[in-house]
Design a protein. Structure first.
Length: 196
């Protein structure tokens, strides 16, 4: 069981993310990238250690398989990526990607899109020739893929069911504070704000 200090801090981060989203909820759909930027800037960049860089773009493997545009790419900071001459989007080598994160306003509504993207990610093949590739041990053969929704399903049972379909490694629904990992990714881990 987490300590009171940890739980209090986690609850504060959760409320901050909800407040950020609520502040722009009435904006037009042209502002849809806002959720991703808020999640990255207000959470991921502050939580992940400096060994990771965060960006967005396409991922490609040595065999020419590619993913298409990815919302959030978490990459190892010791491998190169290929920037565009203009703009922020990059081309990432599959071996240099630590994880991919899809951020949606409503994950339940956009679940089919997440599953389609997951299929492209699953087609990537990574080859690691050097033992001890990262300071954290060898990365998994398949790139971890996480789905985040500012809203979505309302029960932990539904989130667990969707997670166990196997398209994503973990699901986070921010407005209801629901989190679940796939059983074979990180066994039996789920969270609800009320601890149930």
């Amino acid at each position: 069981m987490p300590s009171d200090e940890f739980s209090t801090r986690l609850a504060g981060v959760w409320r901050s993310l909800i407040a950020l989203h609520a502040g722009g909820a009435a904006m037009s759909s042209a502002s849809s990238g806002r959720e991703r930027e808020q999640f990255v800037d207000e959470f991921l960049r502050k939580v992940l250690p400096p060994a990771y860089r965060i960006g967005s773009g396409d991922v490609i493997d040595s065999f020419g398989q590619k993913t298409g545009q990815q919302d959030v790419v978490v990459e190892f900071s010791f491998l190169p990526t290929l920037p565009a001459i203009a703009g922020k989007e990059r081309l990432y080598l599959a071996e240099g990607v630590a994880a991919l994160v899809e951020v949606k306003s409503n994950l339940a509504k956009d679940w089919e899109d997440v599953k389609r993207r997951a299929s492209a990610i699953r087609n990537l093949r990574r080859i690691f020739r050097v033992p001890g590739f990262t300071p954290y041990g060898p990365p998994p053969e398949r790139i971890p893929y996480f789905a985040v929704g500012y809203s979505g399903w309302k029960s932990i049972e539904t989130v667990q069911e969707k997670c166990q379909e196997g398209f994503v490694d973990a699901i986070l629904i921010i407005d209801h504070g629901l989190f679940c990992t796939r059983i074979d990714f990180f066994p039996d881990k789920f969270y609800t704000p009320d601890g149930k």
